[in-house]
Design a protein around this ligand. Structure first.
Ligand code: URA
Length: 241
């Protein structure tokens, strides 16, 4: 009987259906979730909560004027993806196209990032979350011209990480790693190693813009992405035990 119910309920992926049956059975004094060891709610609810918390954080940022970048930006680029992702990708700052569209990594570098994600079975809308250290575009894309913006904007990225609580963070380029690990190292020195950021596995790799300028480095970036794929598979297996 247990397996009959298991196969029956596992085919229902419509939350309303499940809630309807759940409430009906609970009214009869029978909590089928406990009986079948199903944990539908605990998997879905945190996602809803995370989405709401991110929306609240976005509201808190508002029409930000905490640094001078508001004078030249078009849109604040908050982040994109699934708030329940096991992995976050963090870049530097929006470029021209990101500034116009309000979404991170939608220009040339973004298209390369999408391809790299796809190569390990990931997609920006489904199973990753992408954000930047800075939420507003620096003039001429030069983050070096606005060093005072990083300490003002970083707390919002840290909050995004706290809300999403990914298992893995992949930093795209030195700006993101250095901001998180409070250091000042070149990406060529730090990539290839795995770091810890508050219990989260941090993998630094080259920024896609760097890869566009130095295609020879794609081989090493591919090594990093293969590592990510292995770690994600391991996490998935652990969760399914
Ligand atoms: N480069 C970044 O670091 N972030 C973007 O969103 C786009 C380009």
């Amino acid at each position: 009987m247990k397996s009959y119910y298991n196969s029956f309920f596992s085919k229902l992926d419509n939350k309303d259906y499940i809630d309807f049956f759940s409430n009906y059975l609970r009214d009869l004094g029978f909590d089928y979730r406990k009986f079948l060891k199903l944990d539908y709610k605990s998997k879905q609810e945190p996602c809803k909560d995370k989405k709401l918390l991110l929306e609240k954080l976005r509201e808190e940022i508002g029409d930000c004027k905490r640094c001078d970048l508001y004078k030249t930006r078009t849109n604040i680029v908050f982040g994109v993806g699934n708030p329940c992702s096991r992995i976050m990708f963090i870049g530097e700052a929006p470029g021209e196209e990101e500034d116009l569209r309000g979404e991170p990594f939608v220009g040339r570098a973004g298209r390369l990032l999408d391809k790299m994600l796809e190569s390990i079975g990931l997609s920006r809308r489904e199973n990753v979350y992408i954000a930047n250290v800075l939420k507003s575009r620096p003039p001429d894309n030069k983050i070096s011209l606005c060093p005072e913006s990083i300490p003002k904007c970083l707390p919002f990225l840290l909050k995004q990480i706290e809300i999403i609580s990914p298992k893995i963070i992949c930093c795209l380029g030195s700006v993101a790693v250095n901001a998180l690990l409070k250091q000042n190292e070149q990406i060529t020195k730090i990539r290839g190693k795995i770091y810890d950021y508050n219990g989260i596995t941090l993998i630094p790799t080259y920024h896609p813009s760097y890869l566009l300028r130095n295609p020879i480095a794609k081989k090493e970036a591919w090594e990093d992405f293969k590592k990510i794929k292995i770690l994600l598979k391991r996490l998935e297996e652990e969760e399914n035990v």
